[in-house]
Design a protein around this ligand. Structure first.
Ligand SMILES: *[C@@H]1O[C@H](CO)[C@@H](O)[C@H](O)[C@H]1NC(C)=O
Ligand SMILES: *[C@@H]1O[C@H](CO)[C@@H](O)[C@H](O)[C@H]1NC(C)=O
Ligand SMILES: *[C@@H]1O[C@H](CO)[C@@H](O)[C@H](O)[C@H]1NC(C)=O
Length: 269
């Protein structure tokens, strides 16, 4: 407890971001860490809130094998909600493992925080009492561009691949969308509490961020409050073949406006 209190007072009020070189996350490293945020508001052990957090996170873990998205409300406190969203194109076994890993990250990074969120490669878990369920949120939380510098032809393919995401209809039961143009692939995933229109709006905002902020980069990803989008080059035609998801040479990352409704501290490890 003493350590936790000390840690709490050390947490900066202003959002902080620390970016360390990540170990190369291969495309099937589904539990690789992307970002996490914890509220500054905290709860005490052995309170109704504490048991509510346990309850929603337990429900999240139990539900992951059966659906790529679900939300849960604490039995004792209707303002306390937890949800998870897996990449809905991946098998349930991946979702289950990823969510389990995300909850364990949350417990260590955001212990006693009234709200917290963690994004891993294949899943997102968030809980809190800050009324986020069903609300659009296009704040940029994490952004990275990289790869071997491409050229104008590659940029055109990127824009077209990203445009396909916005135009795509999400398949039934999941906010995953995929698009491609020539050598460039793109994907996006919305959190399941957004309807199709809100998902399109969020993906559209994400693709604008990538187009505006990634220059000639041949790979990029941006995480907004309720969706994320990525693109990467997989072949020739202007983009270097080395510039896949593994090829982040230049790294540009920002994190702003993390959960505007509460002061959250962003942790990127
Ligand atoms: C959320 O819960 C925390 C911990 O119980 C409390 O301090 C805070 O006031 C609550 N916030 C809202 C918006 O209810
Ligand atoms: C890139 O990958 C996609 C999907 O695997 C494939 O359809 C496309 O032909 C590839 N493009 C190039 C130029 O290799
Ligand atoms: C939250 O979960 C309930 C129960 O499964 C469901 O009926 C509701 O549509 C969900 N709400 C949102 C915004 O996802």
């Amino acid at each position: 407890m003493a350590t936790r209190v000390a840690a709490a007072t050390l947490l900066p009020v202003v959002l902080s971001l620390l970016l360390l070189p990540r170990t190369d996350s291969s495309s099937d490293d589904y539990s690789a860490f992307v970002y996490a945020g914890c509220s500054q508001g905290r709860y005490a052990a052995s309170t109704q809130y504490a048991s509510g957090v346990d309850s929603v996170l337990t429900s999240v873990a139990n539900s992951a094998p059966y659906a790529p998205y679900a939300n849960f409300t604490a039995p004792s406190d209707s303002s306390l909600v937890g949800l998870y969203q897996c990449r809905s194109d991946l098998p349930a076994s991946v979702c289950t493992g990823c969510v389990r890993s995300a909850i364990s990250r949350l417990s260590s990074l955001c212990s006693w925080s009234a709200g917290g969120a963690v994004q891993l490669r294949a899943c997102f878990v968030r809980y809190g009492n800050d009324s986020f369920l069903g609300k659009q949120d296009t704040a940029v939380l994490f952004k990275k561009c990289g790869g071997t510098p491409g050229d104008a032809g590659g940029v055109a393919m990127r824009d077209s691949a990203l445009g396909a995401l916005v135009a795509a209809a999400a398949p039934e039961g999941g906010g995953y969308r995929a698009g491609g143009s020539g050598a460039v692939q793109a994907m996006s995933q919305c959190v399941g509490d957004l309807d199709a229109k809100a998902c399109s709006d969020c993906v559209s905002a994400a693709t604008r961020q990538l187009k505006a902020g990634c220059g000639y980069a041949t790979a990029g990803e941006v995480y907004l409050g309720k969706c994320y989008a990525r693109f990467w080059a997989n072949g020739s035609g202007g983009f270097s073949s080395s510039a896949g998801r593994h090829g982040f040479g230049l790294v540009h990352a920002i994190a702003t406006g993390f959960f505007a409704s509460l002061v959250y501290v962003s942790l990127v490890i």
